[in-house]
Design a protein around this ligand. Structure first.
Ligand code: NDP
Length: 241
């Protein structure tokens, strides 16, 4: 018997990085997981590797219908969803002089709107049942004013406020809500910066690995009784701000 035996979990952004590590950690603790992202080949390979009834949904979270599709697919395949980890996100950094305004709407759609929509739809189903856990992935970038990260950071700030209000609105319902804010973690998220000839932030310091963040997410999901680990900030040991 492991900590999440008999539970089900939906993880977005499971085809890479923190989402993949989280799916592995939740499955390792006994949960049956649904893996969500666009790259089906990666999701299928991960599901096969995880085993234990893991299933996949290939979907573009930028679509306004994505949250409802996720809820329907998860209910059909898992029965009920005990844990939702809204992890998928993109990072486009740029100074005011060079910011490509075409990047704005996709960042809002994926990093904010998609998380809000799925949080609301899954929260209603969980509240009706009287139990559940929602984890939204923030960033330490929400606490920093850093050149180039104005849009990314401000969307994470907005998400933090939304997530905390969701926790408050669900207080006493049996549904736990929390946010995990990773520090610099070496993943594909920095490839866009590197492709544009900039150093990815994971090149400045010895960064964390996705498993470091997955451990914190698992800890949040393992809370029992009256405890809700509502906010966790995971910094790399060499981050000095
Ligand atoms: P990765 O780039 O490694 O992974 C991003 C994931 O999101 C992929 O699985 C990708 O899958 C999915 N994704 C991106 N766009 C879409 C879309 N339109 N529809 C569906 N899925 C999508 O990123 P990380 O693991 O680093 O980041 C995960 C979360 O952690 C993000 O919310 C990020 O903001 C946050 N974070 C990361 C930090 C870091 O240093 N790495 C620091 C602070 C926060 P696919 O391309 O297959 O669709």
């Amino acid at each position: 018997m492991t900590s999440l035996s008999g539970k089900t979990a939906v993880v977005t952004g499971a085809s890479a990085g923190i989402g993949e590590a989280t799916a592995r950690a939740l499955a390792g603790a006994g949960a049956r997981v649904m893996l969500i992202a666009r790259r089906l080949d990666r999701l299928e390979a991960l599901a096969e590797d995880i085993g234990a009834g893991a299933c996949c949904l290939a979907i573009d979270l930028a679509s306004v219908d994505a949250a409802l599709t996720m809820l329907d697919a998860a209910t059909a395949q898992l029965g009920q969803v005990d844990i939702l980890v809204n992890n998928a996100g993109i990072l486009r950094t740029s100074h005011v002089d060079s910011f490509d305004l075409a990047e704005l709407e996709p960042m809002i759609a994926i990093n904010y709107s998609a998380v809000v929509r799925s949080s609301i739809l899954f929260a209603r189903a969980m509240k009706q049942r009287g139990s559940g856990q929602i984890v939204n992935i923030s960033s330490i970038g929400a606490s920093l004013s850093a050149s180039g990260a104005g849009v990314y950071g401000s969307l994470k700030v907005a998400l933090d406020r939304f997530t905390d209000v969701l926790r408050i609105e669900l207080a006493g319902s049996g549904v736990r809500v929390g946010q995990v804010a990773p520090g610099t973690t070496s993943t594909e998220i920095f490839e866009d910066m590197k492709a544009r000839g900039q150093p990815g932030w994971d090149e400045y310091i010895p960064a964390m690995v996705p498993q470091d963040i997955a451990r914190a997410i698992l800890f949040m999901c393992e809370q029992t009784g009256n405890a809700n680990a509502a906010r966790m900030h995971i910094y790399a040991t060499s981050e000095a701000f």
